[in-house]
Design a protein around this ligand. Structure first.
Ligand code: RAT
Ligand code: ZN
Length: 434
């Protein structure tokens, strides 16, 4: 029996949810951030923030500049142009522009300045090491997961040189070229001394696994990951199915590491926009059900890019307990859609999902992405708990705290096997954050 003093009134509900959501530290399960020791690969500061590819895409809607003219500019000139077009000559209404406003405001900078001078002066006065801690504190992010790509030469060399990495920057081994562009992946592996060929011979399969083994030993990743086009079908008679089946899944099983599938991209619909040129397509959720059914021993983290896929993904997760839906990915990371998806997940799956990840590429973005997500998740939780109370349930603060903790970190910790206190035995180049 719950003691009367612990029971919550409707009036207290909103405050309790807000407090729990603000206070609970989050593990950001998918970002593109890298540690300070990776030098130019660690992106932070106003010029990077304003040059975010979400904003680059928006520039061409508000300025007559052509992509060719834009790419010919220096990074600072590009940022000046985006600032002028999206923040001075227009009101920053979009989610990506509002995000820059939120970051600047939190840092005490004026988002209505006619240029970036004030912001540049501020960033010139801080070091990246100080700033990383400040941002993680402001965002209340205790740990984060990077995207680590051994097929990217600039990043690969950092790992080969054993650059130090704080332990709270978890690694995720990204295998996109293996699954989406085998010719390139085989060539990279061959150049690294592996006996791989463009044909998927028995030896090539064995060597591809050996390549992953090497990178698992080096990175100690919390999961393996691949982003899939919206045409992703599993199984089919493509090299991708063969490589998932014979290389990725056996490796995940062997190391007891989950496989993260990010499904629904339509790559480079407008190549002139470079990184900003990708789009979205409706994908096949039956393929997710089939891969989960076929591999009950593998834990899958799945996020899908199309809004229209979200309901079926929740239904799939009701059928397969080895499926963990996570985040509102990329074009879905907008308050109206996050609220809808979070509500849908709560209704179909309770607290057994990971509601959000930031996908931050620039450190500073953690501030706004989590500020906005917390605000929206709070709204979805309020509506769900209100209905539960209206049904006569004697809700307590403790229960709210427990649910939020599960969704913000506990579910992920369990899924990837991270101990509760965050302590893991460190590889020599991984510096404990404790
Ligand atoms: O959200 C993004 O920034 C995208 O460009 C992608 O990085 C996407 O999140 C991915 O991981 O492929
Ligand atoms: Zn991403």
């Amino acid at each position: 029996m719950t003691p009367m003093s612990d029971l919550m009134t409707q009036a207290e509900l909103q405050r309790s949810i807000e407090e729990a959501v603000q206070r609970t530290a989050v593990i950001d399960v998918h970002t593109h951030l890298l540690p300070a020791s990776f030098g130019p690969l660690c992106l932070w500061g106003i010029d990077e923030l304003v040059n975010y590819h979400y904003l680059v895409a928006e520039l061409f809607r508000s300025s007559p500049v052509t992509p060719q003219q834009f790419w010919a500019l220096t990074k600072a000139q590009q940022a000046d142009m985006i600032w002028d077009a999206l923040f001075v000559k227009n009101t920053p209404l979009s989610e990506a522009t509002a995000g820059v406003v939120a970051v600047m405001t939190k840092l005490g900078l004026d988002p209505t300045q006619p240029d970036l001078k004030q912001a540049r002066d501020y960033f010139a006065s801080v070091t990246v090491e100080q700033y990383i801690n400040r941002v993680l504190d402001l965002a209340n992010v205790s740990e984060l997961v990077m995207t680590n790509d051994p097929f990217n030469p600039a990043e690969r060399v950092m790992w080969e040189q054993n650059k130090p990495c704080p332990e709270r920057f978890h690694r995720a081994l990204r295998v996109d070229p293996v699954l989406n562009d085998w010719g390139t992946a085989a060539a990279v592996m061959a150049a690294a001394g592996f006996n791989t060929s463009p044909e998927l011979t028995v030896q090539t399969i064995r060597e591809a696994r050996r390549f992953l083994e090497l990178w698992i030993a080096r990175l100690r990743p919390v999961y393996l990951a691949g982003s899939m086009p919206f045409t992703f079908t599993y199984p089919d008679d493509s090299p991708r199915t063969r490589l998932i089946h014979d290389v990725v899944l056996p490796t995940c099983l062997h190391h007891n590491i989950p496989f993260a599938l990010m499904i629904g991209v339509s790559r480079q619909v407008n190549p002139a926009l470079k990184e900003a040129g990708d789009s979205v397509g409706y994908a096949d959720t039956a393929s997710v059900e089939r891969i989960c059914a076929e591999n009950p021993g593998v834990r899958f983290l799945v996020t899908m890019l199309a809004r229209e896929n979200q309901h079926a993904l929740c239904v799939a997760a009701r059928k397969f307990s080895n499926l963990m839906p996570f985040g509102c990915w990329w074009f879905l990371n907008n308050p109206s859609i996050v609220e809808e998806i979070t509500a849908e997940r709560l209704e179909l799956l309770g607290a057994t999902t990971i509601p959000q990840h930031s996908d931050a590429r620039i450190l500073d973005q953690l501030i706004y992405k989590w500020q906005h997500s917390r605000r929206t998740i709070c709204r979805a939780l309020c509506a769900t708990y209100s209905r539960l109370m209206a049904d006569g349930y004697p809700l307590t603060r403790k229960q709210i705290d427990r649910d939020v903790e599960r969704m913000f970190s506990g579910n992920f910790r369990k899924w990837v096997g991270l101990p509760d206190d965050g302590a893991r035995e460190c590889a020599p180049h991984l510096v404990s954050c404790k």
